[in-house]
Design a protein around this ligand. Structure first.
Ligand SMILES: [Zn+2]
Ligand SMILES: [Zn+2]
Length: 287
């Protein structure tokens, strides 16, 4: 909320550790000297190794024994803006203009970067379901106003809910049956697309991974089953394991001459059963 006379800071997610599944909320506190008194070794920042001595601000996840200093927490929060979360999109029931002609409510799970804005969510839903951005309107809840495309989603926890209404013009009320017909048609398109997505979630492809011969090592190959909805990042983890790639050497995947982006899904990239994917050291990586 913007308060009169105060510039509002841009929205930032709550800092979390980097555990699987979105991480746990980090608890911020001023470090005390008690560890030293208890004979435990003093904690250090996971990232920059700075000692978190008494009087410094630290952010901790007890479950993961994960501690960050103040400045690394700020970096972590920026990083979280680019990480994906699962947003629950609640499609409101269509009003029943004529008896029996309303559509039931429905929910969808959409993966999206935490730092995304409403326009980007519309684009993602268009990519997943073919529903034109012009027909999507989002609200934080039933009673709030429609969000503009430039507004940040500002949700940071898996399962957070945003409301979607589908229809050509939400402000106009007088088109009656015409509007009803249009929303009916779109609801069924939507249901069909959702069915397709669920089908995809049950589809598994067997892919061949091929790591070409290097000066040090012979060619390595394996075949792995993978869900159509799996992301390239998961495929990379499997490749590392199955091909016994030692150490922390960064890897990348290539298909049809293209390096595969890690956040895209196997199906979306056009990979299908029986395809062969090249695995190679990611020399271009700078981080
Ligand atoms: Zn640090
Ligand atoms: Zn944790």
């Amino acid at each position: 909320m913007v308060e009169d006379g105060f510039a509002s800071l841009p929205w930032r997610p709550t800092p979390r550790c980097d555990a699987e599944g979105g991480g746990h909320v980090l608890e911020g506190k001023s470090a005390t000297g008690s560890w030293a008194f208890l004979g435990a070794s003093s904690k250090a920042c996971q990232r920059c190794s700075k000692a978190l001595v008494a009087g410094t601000l630290r952010y901790s996840c007890k479950r993961c024994n994960y501690h960050l200093c103040d400045s690394c927490t700020a970096v972590r929060v920026e990083e979280m803006l680019r990480e994906e979360m699962t947003l629950t999109v609640y499609r409101e029931a269509e009003p029943e203009i004529l008896p029996g002609l309303g559509a039931d409510d429905d929910t969808l799970q959409v993966r999206i970067e935490r730092g995304a804005n409403v326009g980007q969510l519309k684009a993602r839903i268009f990519a997943l379901y073919g529903l034109s951005p012009a027909l999507q309107a989002f609200r934080r809840d039933v009673d709030s106003k429609t969000l503009g495309d430039q507004e940040l989603l500002a949700y940071d926890e898996d399962g957070d809910v945003v409301h979607l209404r589908i229809g050509p013009n939400f402000a106009a009320g007088g088109i009656g049956g015409l509007l009803q017909g249009a929303t009916e048609a779109m609801s069924s398109v939507f249901a069909a697309m959702e069915g397709q997505r669920q089908e995809l979630e049950r589809t598994e492809y067997t892919l061949s991974l091929l790591m070409p011969e290097t000066a040090a090592l012979p060619e390595r190959r394996c075949r792995i089953p993978v869900m159509a909805t799996a992301r390239v990042a998961e495929l990379l983890d499997m490749a590392r394991l199955e091909l016994n790639v030692e150490g922390e050497e960064p890897l990348a995947l290539e298909f049809a001459g293209q390096k595969l982006p890690t956040t895209a899904s196997v199906h979306a990239l056009g990979l299908r059963d029986g395809d062969t994917v090249l695995v190679f050291p990611d020399v271009g990586r700078t981080d």
